[in-house]
Design a protein around this ligand. Structure first.
Ligand SMILES: *[C@@H]1O[C@H](CO)[C@@H](O)[C@H](O)[C@H]1NC(C)=O
Ligand SMILES: *[C@@H]1O[C@H](CO)[C@@H](O)[C@H](O)[C@H]1NC(C)=O
Length: 511
């Protein structure tokens, strides 16, 4: 299987020698190769999903080496729910209908478990809501027939609401910044930590806001929005937000910060929250954060961690999660910066065949203890946005290498395995739900230029769930700024990339 793929790929290329052990080939991609790889990604998804169903379902995640399942995220069928929309996107319709009905009849939130609010929101709530919207409001864009699924009566939305209702007590804090975890039956556990991370507390708005829009109940949008605003209000004199905060006192825990793990998707949701709901306060907060990041953290071509208050770079370590940031630069219209940053990450990918969790930017070596690769999507997410924005075939040729690496290095007899260390390529016993719901999805989008995702009607969440941009800023319409709203609604009909430029989100690309 693996060898066939490569032989075919090389034949299709015809123009370039195989660079053994370098993980990189240069050459453009011909149409027949694109179609071949597109089908191959479908097969990857099918194999990964089927392995999960056979060995792990309904448990949260697949353990590919033991070919077993594990409830590592509260027992909420996480890989299944996280991938309902992937089933629609890849047109696996019979699976989709079957598992929606299973959820309807057997899914139970009344369980004696404590779950992480952020992870459960982006994977479970996001999976439920985006699938509901694709199935209902967006069915025409998605190309579903009128009689696609007549039995569907809104069960995904009902479950989503019940789940979000169980999360609400977490937001009852002096700062509005939510507790990180919540017990599904009893609310916040006594003894729950009062330390929250910025990404965890500030990456809930796309899901909570969409729930408000669909139910007509503003409270979900409001709690998520208040948390984001509360974090922003505590930005340092340099305009930087920290990574960990005490939710009672509102004080940052450490003096350093950056754009990687524990902060990352907060910035993403400021910008995407604006794009989805048209609230200009979000845009202003994003612009402030972004210009501080560019002024203080951007050390071409990396974004380095720095002190919150003082001019001082605190580390030459870059985390793999930071590889998502070029996607935000693209959305701001800064494709040159995005491209430089992405290429820096890609050069590390090229060295190891995958991106280690953290690495030293000068030595170009993985950090001890953070030298694995858990099948993360961020590099390919940025690649997807660059390809979308520029149509440059160079980006597409990187997708070939991504597939090559996943197939050759992570595939097992029972799904795809995380990698325990990127130098020896030893396998770990975990396939996180985001491998199927994000990594495979972005690769598929990149290889499918006529996909409806490019209609500009959707904003992809931090877990790659497509959220429909509402026809008019329903949530935001309660606020003033009618003119600006009209302006943003006009832009929204175009592709969101164009929109970013047109709305002047950012055009001061420094290079
Ligand atoms: C690809 O896989 C084959 C067989 O598992 C292995 O011999 C080869 O070294 C792999 N290539 C790389 C670059 O790891
Ligand atoms: C919930 O789980 C905890 C620990 O796992 C256990 O001590 C407790 O008795 C359980 N409560 C119920 C109502 O089952």
């Amino acid at each position: 299987m693996v060898y066939n793929l490569f032989r075919l790929v090389f034949l299709a290329c015809g123009c370039c020698p195989i660079l053994v052990n370098s993980f990189v080939q240069q050459c453009e991609m011909k149409e027949n190769e694109r179609v071949f790889l597109q089908n191959h990604v479908r097969e990857m998804f099918r194999f990964g999903f089927q392995s999960y169903i056979q060995a792990a379902y309904p448990r949260d995640n697949l353990k590919p080496l033991s070919c077993d399942g594990v409830d590592s995220m509260g027992g909420l069928w996480v890989t299944l729910v996280d991938n309902l929309d992937t089933l629609l996107i890849l047109e696996e319709y019979s699976w989709f209908k079957y598992y929606v009905q299973e959820l309807e009849s057997s899914f139970n939130l009344n369980v004696n478990r404590t779950v992480n609010v952020f992870e459960t929101t982006i994977r479970v709530l996001g999976g439920l809501l985006s699938s509901h919207v694709l199935l209902t409001e967006a069915s025409q864009v998605v190309g579903l027939d009128q009689d696609f699924f007549p039995e569907y009566s809104g069960s995904l939305l009902r479950i989503a609401r019940e789940l979000a209702d169980r999360f609400l007590p977490a937001f009852d804090t002096p700062t509005g910044i939510p507790f990180g975890s919540i017990h599904l039956m009893n609310g916040v556990d006594t003894g729950e930590s009062r330390i929250a991370c910025t990404a965890g507390a500030g990456t809930l708005l796309l899901e909570f806001g969409t729930l408000s829009r669909l139910t007509g109940d503003d409270k979900y949008y409001q709690v998520a929005y208040r948390a984001m605003k509360s974090l922003f209000q505590r930005a340092s004199s340099r305009g930087l937000v920290g990574k960990h905060i005490d939710i009672k006192s509102g004080k940052w825990l450490y003096s350093s910060t950056g754009i990687g793990g524990d902060a990352d998707s907060y910035f993403e949701y400021l910008l995407k929250g604006f794009a989805l709901f048209g609230d200009y306060e979000l845009l202003k907060m994003f612009q402030s954060c972004h210009s501080s990041i560019r002024n203080h953290l951007w050390k071409d071509p990396w974004y380095l961690d720095s002190d919150l208050e003082k001019e001082s770079i605190v580390s030459l370590i870059q985390s793999a999660l930071s590889a998502f940031f070029p996607s935000l630069e693209v959305l701001c219209g800064n494709t040159n910066t995005a491209s430089k940053s992405y290429k820096a990450f890609y050069s590390i990918f090229s060295k190891f065949g995958m991106l280690p969790e953290a690495f030293h930017i000068r030595k170009r070596t993985p950090v001890m203890g953070l030298d694995g690769y858990p099948l993360r999507p961020e590099l390919w997410e940025s690649n997807f946005y660059l390809l979308w924005a520029t149509k440059d075939p160079e980006w597409l040729s990187h997708i070939r290498n991504a597939i090559w690496s996943l197939e050759n290095l992570t595939k097992t007899d029972c799904g795809y395995a995380s990698i325990a260390d990127v130098q020896q390529h030893q396998r770990g016993d975990m396939m996180e739900s985001f491998f199927l719901s994000e990594t495979c999805k972005y690769l598929f989008f990149s290889l499918t230029p006529d996909h409806w995702i490019y209609s500009g009607r959707f904003i992809l969440s931090t877990e790659a769930h497509p959220f429909l941009i509402p026809p008019a800023g329903i949530v935001a319409s309660k606020k003033e700024e009618k003119n600006e709203l009209a302006h943003s609604a006009k832009c929204r009909r175009k592709s969101k990339l164009k929109c970013a430029e047109k709305c002047g989100l950012y055009s001061d690309d420094s290079d």
